[in-house]
Design a protein around this ligand. Structure first.
Ligand code: CO8
Length: 260
């Protein structure tokens, strides 16, 4: 699929994936969702990519939601299909073997906030705004927001956001645990890329398995989660990365991980 509304730039093991439709605040239409699905699938398979940063083009929006103009004409069946398509993209991010950092540069509303929440963590610019305005349109979140937000910040704060549609500032979103760190607009992307590069230099398989243990552990009871963690921990001792990481420590040199 030709990517017309996405930009991908890969350096030092990090892919910067930019949704590039600033005229419409990077709103997610069917085409962009399809492109995201293709791009994320490709990045997951690309051995040159060890971490991904996802952002929006322009200085106003990360993603201002699903495309209201496209949705306004949908039948119930089409809306269901559209919801499933968006959910596939969110699940794809969650299932990626590489970490994905959302660099939220402006509005992250509705489907845009859902996209950010599907990432492994969020860095934000001071200009970012977070909200679920769906109820003001007579609909509800449909790309996983009712599931991911309460798991992240608890049901009470999620209820308030989803029932009122009000927007949070970046500082408030950070206080509430949605955002890991807030930066000036100029600092945001360099900081997100620096963090992604730091991750890219660590043991790739270790990061992959840690992401797996955290994501799957959240859906398990604690004892099963502990057992799962121990299994993955053991598997890592069959990798060259474990030998390289521990060998480098003992030999007092920098490890060069191969992701094997
Ligand atoms: N969809 C389509 N177009 C949009 C969207 C959007 N979500 N957001 C902005 N745009 C367009 C505007 O229509 C406008 O285009 P035009 O110039 O052609 O009229 C352009 O972007 C610029 O927008 P504004 O002039 O409104 O810019 P402002 O700076 O005044 O305001 C806002 C910025 C506050 C972001 C404002 O545009 C806004 O409120 N946008 C809508 C936000 C919203 O309600 N988002 C939630 C959408 S619903 C959703 O995401 C559901 C997800 C799950 C779907 C599941 C399907 C089953």
């Amino acid at each position: 699929m030709e990517l017309t509304d996405l930009l991908i730039e890969t350096n030092d093991g990090v892919a910067l994936l930019t949704i590039n439709s600033p005229r419409t605040m990077n709103a997610l239409n069917s085409r962009i969702l399809g492109e995201l699905e293709c791009a994320l699938y490709g990045l997951n398979l690309d051995p040159a990519v060890r971490a991904v940063v996802l952002t929006g083009a322009g200085d106003k929006a990360f993603v201002a939601g699903a495309d209201i103009k496209e949705m306004s004409a949908m039948t119930s069946f089409e809306a269901h299909q559209f919801g499933l398509k968006g959910q596939r993209v969110m699940m794809l991010i969650e299932k990626m073997t590489k970490p994905v950092i959302a660099a939220v540069n402006g509005y992250a509303l509705g489907g845009g906030l859902e996209l950010a929440l599907a990432c492994d963590f969020i860095y934000a610019s001071e200009k970012a705004r977070f909200g679920f305005p769906e109820v003001t349109l007579g609909i509800m979140p449909g790309f996983g927001g009712t599931q991911n937000l309460p798991r992240l910040i608890g049901p009470n704060r999620a209820n308030e956001m989803i029932f009122t549609g009000k927007m949070l500032t970046a500082r408030k979103a950070s206080e509430w645990g949605i955002v890991n760190e807030v930066f000036t607009p100029e600092e945001l992307l360099p900081k997100a890329l620096d963090t992604a590069k730091a991750i890219a230099q660590t043991g790739t398989l270790a990061v992959t398995y840690a992401k797996d243990a955290i994501a799957n552990g959240l859906n398990m009871g604690k004892e099963d989660g502990f057992r799962y963690e121990a299994s993955l921990f053991g598997v890592l001792f069959a990798t060259a990365d474990q030998k390289e990481g521990m060998g480098a420590f003992i030999e007092k040199r920098t490890a060069a991980f191969q992701g094997k």
